[in-house]
Design a protein around this ligand. Structure first.
Ligand code: PMP
Length: 406
């Protein structure tokens, strides 16, 4: 088990106050907090070796390029990709999915083809597919989920056919916490020759990820849910697919030679990294990965799971009018619920008045909310720096709110 008090010292924001109360930050599925080493890495780059990468023949450019490329290697190791060229740096999960939809999707989709996504997807794993499907005369079909919030596997199998070209599902759901059986999903999709994109926004920082063992074709995630900066992430793609795909954005970095007679494109991964990249945040992302490696992803997840179990039991016992959404067997530490006769927004506001940050609303999963006929939920999502005492205060706050509403 990790030493939570020691871990908390790494995060300056955790000793601040909000609305006159010590901050209790339970909105980690939206974005988690940053340790000082990560913000230091940003400052050190700008103050110490700010320079463009890959093209400078001077000391600073060389230092920046080395630090930038070190992140790619750290990411490769983090997900066990076979080659660092298979790691494309992006602005995050959303950009990664759009990249695949606009390049791979554009290349393979034809009239009548199907893209399968699950009912519990984030909008960013629905809308990019709808955009390309519309252009190509293809359709986006949802895989049904159960009352507990799990993909109904038999329904998924029934939907598979040779018309299905792409299956796109999340590894873990941001709104319910469900961990999806991605290996089995991928195996079945490959039987009909469909390719699979795994949205790892909620998994990469919490679950073991081995893209080769999983055999996914694409894996995308965001740095800001793993102690790294916002607007930063990466796409993993199998080399043979990335080589076959056309470029996404055009510009500097992504070319080999440009002439008005025709342009040739750079090698992987640069073919998909047009323009001056987000150098500082890439370097700081590497620092965040080292931070996770130092504390141990498994150790942190064990504590998060203990918090989830404790909070779930306590909520059921002390707030009997609460109904939990997402009671899958395997979950990341997301607790989504509604309380009878109290609007989720009011609950969020009243908790905030006591310094407790949770998320309320549809969590960018409107089709999922429609599945449960909900407008939204209250979502508490835990990180390794959260404590059992914070959970106690959160439940106390909910009990008080229920009493107030009589
Ligand atoms: N997918 C899931 C499951 C998410 O939780 C999120 C972020 N809430 C995203 C995609 C989008 O990530 P980003 O906004 O960083 O691109």
């Amino acid at each position: 088990m990790i030493d939570v008090e020691q871990l908390r010292k790494e995060f300056p924001i955790l000793s601040t106050e909000v609305n006159g109360h010590a901050l209790i930050y339970f909105d980690n599925a939206a974005t988690n907090q940053k340790p000082k080493v990560v913000t230091d890495a940003l400052q050190e780059y700008y103050d110490g070796y700010n320079s463009n990468v890959h093209r400078g023949a001077h000391t600073l450019a060389d230092k920046a390029t080395k630090a930038f490329e070190e992140t790619r290697t750290l990411l490769q190791e983090f997900i066990n990709a076979g080659k660092s060229e298979e790691v494309i740096l992006t602005k995050g999960t959303t950009e990664g999915i759009n990249l695949v939809a606009q390049t791979y999707g554009r290349m393979v989709l034809n009239e009548g083809d199907i893209i399968l996504v699950s009912t519990m997807e984030h909008h960013s794993n629905i809308v990019p597919w709808q955009l390309i499907a519309k252009e190509k005369g293809a359709s986006v079909i949802p895989i049904p989920i159960s009352e507990e919030g799990e993909i109904i596997f038999e329904e998924y199998e029934k939907l598979l056919s040779d018309k299905v070209k792409i299956v796109a599902v999340n590894h873990a759901s941001n709104a319910l916490g469900t961990i999806n059986p991605v290996e089995e999903i991928i195996k079945k999709a490959h039987e009909v020759n469909a390719k699979v994109l795994i949205d790892g926004a909620q998994s990469a920082g919490h679950l073991p990820v081995d893209v080769q063992a999983m055999d996914c074709d694409f894996f995308v995630t965001s740095a800001h849910k793993m102690f790294g900066p916002t607007g930063m992430g990466f796409l993993y793609g199998k080399e043979e697919l990335l080589l076959a795909m056309p470029p996404f954005l055009g510009g500097g970095e992504m070319i080999k030679e440009v002439s008005f007679g025709g342009t040739t494109f750079n090698e992987l991964p640069y073919k998909f990294e047009a323009g001056t990249p987000n150098i500082a945040d890439t370097i700081a992302f590497g620092t965040a990965i080292k931070f996770i490696n130092k504390w141990g992803k498994e150790n942190m997840a064990a504590h998060e799971n203990a918090l989830l179990e404790y909070a779930t039991e306590k909520l059921k016992k002390e707030v009997p009018t609460a109904k939990i959404y997402g009671e899958a067997q395997n979950k990341v530490s997301v607790l989504s619920f509604v309380i009878e006769n109290i609007h989720n927004y009011d609950i969020g506001m009243m908790l905030d008045a006591r310094g407790i940050a949770v998320r309320t609303g549809h969590h960018c999963t409107q089709p999922l909310m429609a599945r449960y006929e909900l407008e939204g939920t209250v979502r508490a999502s835990f990180a390794a720096y959260n404590t059992f005492e914070e959970v106690d205060k959160f439940i106390e706050g909910l009990v008080r709110i229920v009493k107030m509403f009589g």
